[in-house]
Design a protein around this ligand. Structure first.
Ligand SMILES: [Zn+2]
Length: 251
C-alpha cells in the first residue's frame, strides 16, 4: 500500500457518484485534503436522490430539493466549489449511452487531472460483521464514468455532437476507484477527519450521529497498515497519454 503524496501543482479533480451522500462515506476526507492543498474539486451526482425515503406521504420534489441542499452543504465543508446534478431517476440507473455522453461532456468541460468514481466491478461485498449487495446505481454510475474517462473523453470521433457544442477531447491522467476490493493507495485524512464527519452529517434526511462509529472503525482500519489515525483507500490507475492531440493547444 502506497501513501499518497501531497498535491503541489495546480490540479483539478472530478468526483462522480450515484447518490447524494455516496462521496461523503468514502472520499470526503481525501477531498478535504486535496482542496486544502489547492486542488480544484468538482462533484457530479448522477441521480436525483428521490429514492432516499420509504415514507408513504413523501413529496418527491421537496425530497429532491432537500437532498440537493444537503449535498451542496456537504461539498462546501470540504472546499468543493461546484456540484453538478445530472438528475437521473434514483434506483433505476443504467449505464446508458446518454449517461456516458453527459459524463464525457462534463469531463471535457472540467478537464480534470484525476477522476474519482465508484468501482463498477463490485457486486457483492462482505466485511467484518456485514454483508452488502452493491447498489445497482453505484455500478451503473461507475461503469458509465469509467468509459467516459476512457475512451470517450479523449477520442475525437466519439460523440461528435460534443465537438459541435465546443467540447474538445481531454485525456485523464489518473483514475481513483472508491469502494474497491483492490485498494493500492492510502490518503491520510487524520487532520481533516472532523470535517469529513461534519460533511457526512450534512445528509440529515438520510443519517444521524449513529453512523459515526462505523465510519471511525472503517477509517481507522484503513489507516492501520501505514500507522495513520484515519485514512481512506482507493484503487489508483495512471494512464500515459499515448496519443497527443495535435489540435489541442498545450495549457
Ligand atoms: Zn449510494
Amino acid at each position: 500500500m502506497e501513501l499518497e503524496k501531497p498535491i503541489t501543482s495546480p490540479f483539478r479533480v472530478l468526483v462522480i457518484a450515484a447518490h447524494p451522500d455516496d462521496i461523503e462515506f468514502g472520499a470526503a476526507g481525501s477531498v478535504a485534503v486535496w482542496s486544502a492543498s489547492g486542488a480544484e474539486v468538482t462533484y457530479c451526482i448522477v441521480t436525483d436522490g428521490a429514492a432516499g425515503s420509504n415514507e408513504k406521504d413523501v413529496i418527491y420534489d421537496q425530497l429532491v430539493q432537500r437532498r440537493k441542499d444537503e449535498q451542496n452543504t456537504a461539498a462546501e465543508i470540504v472546499g468543493v466549489k461546484e456540484v453538478v446534478f445530472l438528475g437521473y431517476a434514483d434506483g433505476a440507473l443504467t449505464p446508458s449511452m446518454e449517461l456516458r455522453r453527459d459524463l464525457t461532456r462534463l469531463i471535457r468541460r472540467i478537464k480534470p487531472d484525476r477522476v474519482l468514481i465508484m468501482d463498477p466491478t463490485i457486486v457483492l461485498l462482505s466485511g467484518e460483521g456485514f454483508d452488502y449487495i452493491n447498489h445497482p446505481d453505484h455500478r451503473a454510475a461507475g461503469e458509465a464514468s469509467l468509459y467516459a474517462v476512457f475512451p470517450s473523453a479523449e477520442t475525437r470521433p466519439i460523440f461528435p455532437e460534443l465537438l459541435e457544442e465546443g467540447f474538445e477531447p481531454h485525456h485523464v491522467n489518473e483514475l481513483y476507484l472508491m469502494l474497491s476490493d483492490k485498494p493500492n493507495i492510502t490518503v491520510d485524512v487524520s487532520a481533516v477527519w472532523d470535517k469529513k464527519i461534519q460533511s457526512l452529517l450534512s445528509h440529515r434526511s438520510q443519517l444521524d450521529e449513529s453512523v459515526v462509529d462505523m465510519i471511525r472503525m472503517w477509517d481507522q482500519a484503513a489507516g492501520k497498515e501505514l500507522g495513520l489515525a484515519y485514512a481512506e483507500t482507493f484503487r489508483k490507475m495512471s494512464f500515459i497519454n499515448a496519443t497527443p492531440q495535435k489540435d489541442t493547444p498545450a495549457e
